[in-house]
Design a protein around this ligand. Structure first.
Ligand code: PEP
Length: 249
């Protein structure tokens, strides 16, 4: 049995003051079930705060929501993989649906970001998922497989790279709609079998998380579903009490 991953994506919520208060409230009350890793993906300006709060732990780690693929240079407003690592990130989200659909990030750009992270040994979590119109057109499988293959296509030594996949149907993100445990399992099974084509039995060690309107009331059912190795949670992770309940699910 893999170690479950419970990941909080704060999106653009909680500045440094709120982040500090959140981490104190969460860490004071968190009773680690002992079998899991918790990841907090705060806005980049909070990274040092969250990393400092979790420095003494191996079961609660800080991540960054996005990086640029270049090492450094004239990219105003961007942060490189090495800078994120230096600030305490131990993992990076790549290709979150808001990056893809609000900011127009492409599969090719996601692939460059995975490569940039792998180059500096920063683990990455590649997000994939179909839009509602793609689901209704019966294209879910094709979309998800394309995002998976193209996203990972530039990563050197994929077989030994540290990465995770998050399946997040776009229609379920922030909408209150959730994929059923059966539907999530079906896509996770496909993802696993595609990963096996790419990296053989190492695919069995790659965590595949589900995300999309996860809440305290549906987290247990989703986490118990076959092939669901963890949860990526947006809205319900922004406030410490709600996140605590989910993290301890
Ligand atoms: C997310 O931001 O990755 C997410 C799944 O959001 P929400 O839980 O709000 O749907």
């Amino acid at each position: 049995m893999k170690r479950p991953i419970l990941a909080a994506n704060w999106k653009m919520n909680n500045g440094p003051t709120a982040a500090k208060a959140f981490m104190s409230a969460f860490l004071e009350n968190y009773q680690p079930p002992g079998d899991r890793t918790v990841i907090i993906f705060p806005p980049a300006v909070d990274l040092i705060t969250v990393a400092a709060a979790t420095a003494a732990r191996t079961d609660v780690i800080a991540g960054i929501q996005n990086i640029h693929w270049a090492e450094k240079g004239a990219f105003t407003g961007e942060v490189s993989a090495m800078m994120a690592k230096d600030a305490g990130a131990r993992i990076v989200l790549v290709g979150h649906s808001e990056r893809r659909h609000v900011f127009g990030e492409t599969d090719a750009q996601c692939a460059k970001k995975c490569l940039a992270a792998a180059k500096v040994q920063l683990p990455f979590m590649l997000c994939i998922g179909e839009k509602i119109e793609q689901r209704e057109a019966g294209e879910t499988e094709a979309v998800v497989m394309r995002q998976l293959r193209e996203g990972l296509s530039q990563t050197p030594n994929l077989i030994s790279a540290e990465f995770m996949i998050a399946y997040e149907p776009v229609w379920a993100i922030g909408t209150g709609l959730t994929a059923s445990a059966t539907d999530a399992s079906a896509i996770h099974t496909l993802v696993r079998s595609e990963l096996k084509q790419m990296i053989g039995t190492r695919a069995n060690e790659i965590p595949i998380l589900y995300g999309g309107s996860v809440s305290a009331s549906n987290a247990a059912g989703l986490l118990a579903a076959p092939e669901v190795d963890g949860l990526l949670v947006g809205g319900a992770s922004v406030e410490a009490t709600s996140w605590l309940t989910i993290a301890q699910t």
